[in-house]
Design a protein around this ligand. Structure first.
Ligand SMILES: NC(=O)c1ccc[n+]([C@@H]2O[C@H](COP(=O)([O-])OP(=O)(O)OC[C@H]3O[C@@H](n4cnc5c(N)ncnc54)[C@H](O)[C@@H]3O)[C@@H](O)[C@H]2O)c1
Length: 329
């Protein structure tokens, strides 16, 4: 297949490119503005790869690139990824995430290339904080029926507070489905070639700061819980979805999947600090932060026979080792 990947030099774009290039029949058209610190380093991995053609371009130019290169499938991963930047500059966030996604799906539909999109659990907004929670010693957890089960795709997206990032990603999410693509609402993804910052990629950021002996700040009380999923598990799913669409599995068009590590791969910030012997500082809660998020991935299991396979402890050890060897960010 000829796959166009937006955000190809980012964390997930790099890992997806690596995976797809393992098949000698695949070609990648990578598009990335390289705005993310660390993306240029990732891009060096493909310097000698003839089947990886790269365009350094902003998402504003995606229409021309799609029309020129005519991919079979488009993986739309490029995004303004930080909630904090979206609060500071919601217009910029909208132009990249919402308008950028409309440009992608509108043009891809003209050449009949399906789009596979990485959305986010932030589309569920503040509604998550209405789910009854219980407070345990080191973490919050869902109470009631969702305990150990997590959030499914039918959970309401009609929330009062999404944050601008949640709004722009949700806009993209709706457009992709409307144009017959596949939406993956991802929770915390982590792994190699990830360059975490204080705003995004917290597991990678904590690892980096621990290794460099830098201060780590937790916003809130640290009992927030997330489910985490390894890059390799997610890229396996994305590859599967691309193949399935090209094989004519049209029942997948317009579908949405919650993608995360699920209950068994949850961790709170405090628990990570204990695991890596981190002594954090604390500040006030960030706007619309979710106390608990973990997803129910049973729909992806049912429709695609996909489930996360890498357990969190093994994955975190690998992340820590990779970050230790790659301290250039
Ligand atoms: N990492 C996570 O935990 C997570 C969780 C939920 C959803 N997501 C979504 O997954 C996708 C990939 O995330 P990631 O962690 O790989 O992020 P990343 O920042 O590592 O990769 C995104 C890439 O997009 C590029 N980019 C940003 N703005 C651009 C623009 N205007 N034009 C062209 N390229 C641009 C960046 O340079 C970067 O290389 C994003 O859509 C993100 O919203 C990520």
């Amino acid at each position: 297949m000829k796959a166009l990947i937006t955000g190809a030099a980012g964390f997930m774009g790099t890992n997806l490119s690596i995976r797809l290039l393992k098949n000698p029949n695949n070609k990648i058209i990578g598009v990335d503005s390289l705005i993310r610190k660390g993306s240029e380093e990732n891009l060096k991995l493909f310097e000698r790869e003839k089947r990886f053609k790269f365009y350094q371009a902003d998402i504003d130019y995606i229409e021309k690139i799609i029309k020129k290169t005519k991919p079979d499938v488009v993986y739309h991963l490029a995004a303004q990824v930080a909630v904090t930047s979206s609060v500071e500059n919601p217009k910029m966030d909208f132009e990249i995430n919402a308008l950028g996604t409309l440009r992608v799906v509108n043009t891809a539909s003209q050449i009949k290339a399906p789009v596979i999109y990485t959305s986010t659990n932030k589309v569920y907004g503040d509604n998550l904080n209405k789910v009854p929670t219980i407070e345990l010693v080191t973490r919050y957890d869902f109470g009631g029926k969702l305990r150990k089960k997590g959030i499914g795709e039918t959970f309401s997206i009609d929330a009062k507070h999404h944050t601008p990032y949640g709004c722009s990603k949700l806009t993209g999410d709706i457009y992709v489905r409307d144009f017959g693509g596949i939406v993956n609402r991802c929770s915390c993804m982590y792994g190699v070639h990830q360059h975490g910052t204080s705003d995004q990629g917290w597991l990678s950021y904590f690892a980096k700061n621990k290794i460099l002996g830098k201060e780590i700040t937790i916003y809130g009380d640290g009992k927030q819980v997330r489910d985490a999923v390894r890059d390799t598990d997610v890229t396996r799913l994305l590859e599967m979805q691309g193949k399935a669409l090209l094989d004519g599995r049209n029942e997948l068009r317009g579908e949405v999947f919650n993608v995360g590590g699920g209950y068994k791969n949850t961790i709170s910030l405090l628990e990570l600090c204990t695991l890596w012997d981190i002594k954090p500082k604390f500040k006030g809660w960030r706007p619309s932060d979710q106390k608990v998020f973990y997803c129910d991935t049973s729909k992806a299991d049912k429709m695609l026979n996909w489930r996360p396979e890498i357990d969190l402890k093994t994955g975190l050890d690998e992340l820590f080792r990779w970050t230790n060897r790659n301290q250039y960010t």
